[in-house]
Design a protein around this ligand. Structure first.
Ligand code: ATP
Ligand code: MG
Length: 423
């Protein structure tokens, strides 16, 4: 006998005991987006590979080794999206989503992303992101608003002990100066660098700052703040002044460079100590060069993506509330086979009244059905047998108080609703 087929490595089934938590967090994500005046965009899950090789940058880990790329039947190179920012910008340019007058278009979305990575806690090959982008504004107050969106989202979810880490990666005017300084420094210590960083040294030296292995070398690297141009320095000061005014504590981390080439000026992450090595619950920043990189006009933008899987992991470890797990309001119990169609009718009357109701389809006896009713967590059991039908009533048992009363058939939905605290 052959083995039954299992899901591929690095992907997960979000099962019923967890999926209701996802629905809760997605609801809060949409609610937060609404308060901040973002509108939802539902982007496709696959795009032309070129969008990511140009928009994410072909020296990044994502493009170099993590993409799910295939040729479709029309001989096009297609990639399952590894992130959403490039797709959001593509959509903005393709559909001219710009807001007249210079205010940013505020767009958000959620869905699965795909990266071929080594699976471990908080790191999967299919994972979800909540993505918030503000496109079309250079204002540093918009950077601050994006960071506040992340903070407010996590606050709404009850998450604690988060660290906001922020940096500036400069712009095309000042970064080349820093890049040269950094290459000069790193070349001097080239022998000590890990193999990946040796190969990055010329192609993308800023990524070396991100390396987990070469920490000691990175610690001695030149400071990017010494190279920032006036505009970038002032931008950074305004962002942090706004955060301070809003009571946000943040840490400056000059090695925070993000994996993506199109980032300019602000880069930030929010980290949780409850995640081990995969500490980032969100990452983002400003990407004023993305639109041009994908063949569009110059359009500034700033945004972030939060890892939904990691958010839910942290919430679980911190004992955060996911709201109430939806439980049955009523379980219809039918002791006589001859009454089953009446029981079915009652079941649908309850459902049409907006109640969550179910019944037995396994032909179990009265005792078995009552057991199932209790085990299901239903607020009420609605017992309907031949005797009750004859008198036009239903025996409604409050399962939390073990008290029972006879209720006229037509009044059952209202009675159950009040027992369930829904009216
Ligand atoms: P990391 O350093 O953990 O690999 P990253 O810099 O690759 O993160 P981003 O591209 O900024 O991550 O994506 C934003 C967020 O998406 C991350 O902060 C994280 O919460 C989440 N994320 C990224 N990769 C994964 C993954 N493989 N599995 C689960 N969540 C992920
Ligand atoms: Mg990564």
């Amino acid at each position: 006998m052959s083995e039954s087929i299992k899901g591929p490595r690095g992907v997960r089934d979000i099962l019923p005991d967890e999926s209701w938590k996802w629905a809760y967090v997605l609801g809060r994500a949409a609610e937060t987006a609404g308060r901040f005046n973002y509108s939802e965009v539902r982007l496709p899950i696959f795009e032309h590979t070129e969008l990511f090789s140009r928009g994410v940058g072909d020296t990044t880990d994502i493009v170099e080794k993590e993409m799910y790329t295939f040729t479709d039947k029309g001989d096009r190179s297609i990639t399952l999206r590894p992130e959403m920012t490039a797709g959001m910008m593509r959509s903005y340019v393709e559909h001219s989503l710009g807001v007249p007058g210079g205010n940013p278009a505020k767009l958000w979305g959620a869905g699965p992303m795909f990266r071929y990575e080594r699976p471990q806690k908080g790191r999967y090959r299919q994972f979800w992101q909540l993505d918030y982008e503000e496109i079309g504004s250079e204002s540093p107050l918009v950077d601050a608003e994006v960071i506040m969106t992340a903070i407010e989202l996590f606050r709404t979810l009850g998450m604690r002990n988060l660290e906001v880490v922020i940096n500036s990666v400069g712009c095309p005017k000042c970064r080349p100066v820093y890049r040269e300084k950094l290459i000069g420094y790193l070349q001097g210590r080239c022998d000590e660098l890990c193999d990946t960083c040796k190969s990055r040294l010329q192609r993308n030296p800023l990524r070396v700052l991100d390396c987990k292995e070469d920490r000691e070398i990175v610690a001695g690297a030149p400071d990017i703040f010494d190279s920032l141009c006036d505009e970038c320095a002032e931008h950074f000061n305004t962002v942090t002044a706004a955060l301070t005014r809003l009571g946000v504590k943040y840490t400056l981390d000059k090695t925070l460079v993000r994996g993506l080439d199109y980032y300019t000026k602000t880069a930030f992450e929010v980290k949780s100590g409850d995640l081990g090595a995969q500490s980032a619950v969100c990452g983002g920043g400003r990407y004023d060069n993305l639109a041009e990189a994908i063949g569009g006009p110059h359009v500034p933008g700033v945004g972030f993506a939060a890892g939904l899987d990691r958010v839910i992991l942290v919430m679980g470890e911190q004992g955060c509330s996911f709201g109430a797990q939806p439980a049955l309001d009523a379980y219809v119990v039918c002791p006589d086979d001859s009454a089953r169609l009446n029981a079915v009718e009652l079941l649908y009357a309850l459902r049409r009244a907006g109640l969550k109701a179910d019944m037995d389809y396994a032909g179990r006896g009265m005792k078995g059905q009552m057991k199932t009713a209790v085990a299901s967590g239903a607020k009420a059991a609605c017992i309907l047998g031949g005797d009750e039908i004859a008198r036009g009533v239903v025996a409604v048992r409050d399962l939390s108080a073990a008290a029972q009363e006879e209720v006229p058939l037509a009044d059952v939905p209202v009675r159950v609703a009040s027992l369930a605290g829904k009216r």
